[in-house]
Design a protein around this ligand. Structure first.
Ligand SMILES: [Fe+2]
Length: 306
């Protein structure tokens, strides 16, 4: 099959304490910490590395300041991994590190890694919901979610340059087996990894016409987690980047925060799942950004957190 999921990501950062505090508040679990770097993980065992001195296995950063340096993709079998490594090695160096990751670079300059996927089950029990004629919760009041814990990094969105955008996309589709699900001609290409069910695992966005990290999305079990997770981040002093809404492409409920490691992070829930019967949709004009977004006419209210 091939690539299953995002396995790990690495950011080069300046302020390790601040970045660790951000992702700890965001709900990731700290598994390693030194003076130079920290590693945190999702409930399904994907790792996020924050590094003040990333090694020379990574290509140079594509933008100034803290930013995403590498996305490592998890592959289902050793045979598929070998095949993908050989495919990428045809025209660029690929170097193997001691942890079993093959490191290379994409057309834009982002680090790309390939390794065996090591998924960890994370049982999800969605909150039972009630509606007229469809009652799933008797004699049980809901309570606040104590701590929101992201299940997984579900997609990565990278900004790329307009010039050479087709080649940038082709690296992922022709070499790594991604499938375009929605092509938005003025904006970018949404792609699905062959082992993923989500409508998109990756977005290459050429609209900004400059390379850089756009965002990484983290799936949480439901709407309450998106809302309560965002509220908690605001209470902890972090800046909201995009208030609650539901995307048009992918249908996911979202809430975005500015991240001190560069770019933004997204709490995401209820994204469309699509299989091979979902044919690539080509949009000549950009669809509306969202189906809905939270509106308020109480922005002047001192108690508003919107
Ligand atoms: Fe997203």
């Amino acid at each position: 099959m091939g690539i299953q999921r995002i396995e790990s990501v690495t950011y080069s950062i300046d302020d390790l304490d601040e970045c660790v505090r951000f992702f700890d508040d965001f709900g990731l679990l700290l598994v390693e910490r030194t003076d130079e770097h920290a590693v945190l993980e999702t409930l399904t065992g994907q790792t996020l590395t924050l590094d003040t001195a990333p090694g020379d296995l990574l290509p140079p950063p594509v933008e100034d300041g803290p930013t995403l340096r590498e996305v490592v993709w998890g592959v289902d079998t050793a045979e598929e991994l070998d095949r993908l490594v050989a495919e990428t090695a045809r025209d660029r160096p690929v170097r193997l590190s001691a942890d079993g990751v093959h490191h290379t670079v994409d057309e834009t300059g982002f680090g790309v890694g390939l390794t065996l996927a090591r998924p960890r089950p994370a049982p999800v029990t969605p909150r039972p919901a009630n509606a007229l004629g469809n009652v799933n919760r008797w004699n049980a009041a809901l309570t606040e979610i104590a701590r929101v814990r992201p299940l997984r990094m579900c997609h990565v969105a990278l900004n790329i340059r307009k010039e050479g955008k087709d080649e940038a996309v082709a690296f992922y589709t022709d070499r790594l087996g991604f499938r375009p699900t929605d092509v938005v001609e003025p904006m970018g290409v949404f792609m699905q990894a062959p082992g993923d069910d989500d409508q998109h695992t990756m977005l290459l966005c050429h609209r900004p016409d400059r390379a850089g990290v756009n965002h990484i999305a983290y799936e949480v079990p439901g709407f309450d987690d998106v809302i309560e997770g965002g509220n908690f981040m605001i209470e902890r002093g972090w800046r909201e980047a995009r208030r609650l809404g539901r995307h048009t492409i992918g249908s996911n409920v979202f809430r975005f925060l500015h991240a001190p490691c560069g770019g933004r992070v997204e709490y995401a829930a209820d994204m469309d799942r699509v299989d091979d019967s979902y044919e690539t949709r080509v949009h000549e004009t950009t669809p509306p950004h969202h189906i809905w977004a939270l509106r308020t006419n109480r922005d002047q209210d001192a108690t508003s957190t919107a």
